[in-house]
Write a protein that binds this ligand. Structure first.
Ligand code: CA
Ligand code: CA
Length: 145
């Protein structure tokens, strides 16, 4: 886990995008993944910055969720916007973090992110079910910094 380009294979990237698309078929929520090399800031501060940079604070129902990975820093963070954060149990984000962390320790980066996306999607579905007039407010592609 050092270079952004080597962090995931092309197939793994496709699988992640597919997981985001699949999750968003069930919810109005918006999931994004951002991968970058390094930040001087704390991982949480940087993830929040990226959250705003990607306009993830602008969803109508405030239900955007960002998975941020700092490849060289070997750190990741999950940010859920106010709408979803207000609904979930106190330990929800921690449980997602644990799931990802367990996979990352086995160097299963794609598997960890995909499981995190699936679990987040199920929770989003519970509180923000898909609407017939739903708009894909944020691209499902992986963002790289
Ligand atoms: Ca949507
Ligand atoms: Ca989307």
């Amino acid at each position: 886990m050092s270079k952004v380009e080597e962090f995931l294979t092309e197939k793994e990237e496709r699988d992640i995008v597919e997981a985001i698309c699949a999750a968003e078929l069930n919810t109005s929520g918006e999931i994004r993944v951002h991968i970058e090399k390094h930040t001087e800031k704390s991982v949480m501060d940087r993830a929040k910055e990226v959250f705003y940079m990607l306009n993830m604070d602008k969803t109508k129902a405030q239900n955007g969720v960002l998975f941020y990975v700092g490849v060289e820093d070997k750190k990741f963070a999950i940010i859920g916007d106010k709408g979803i954060d207000a609904m979930v149990e106190d330990d929800f984000w921690e449980s997602i973090r644990d799931t990802i962390s367990t996979a990352f320790k086995k160097k299963d980066f794609a598997g960890g992110l995909i499981q995190g996306i699936i679990n987040t999607g199920l929770k989003l579905k519970q509180y923000f079910p898909f609407q017939d007039d739903d708009v894909d407010e944020l691209p499902n592609t992986i963002s790289k910094g």
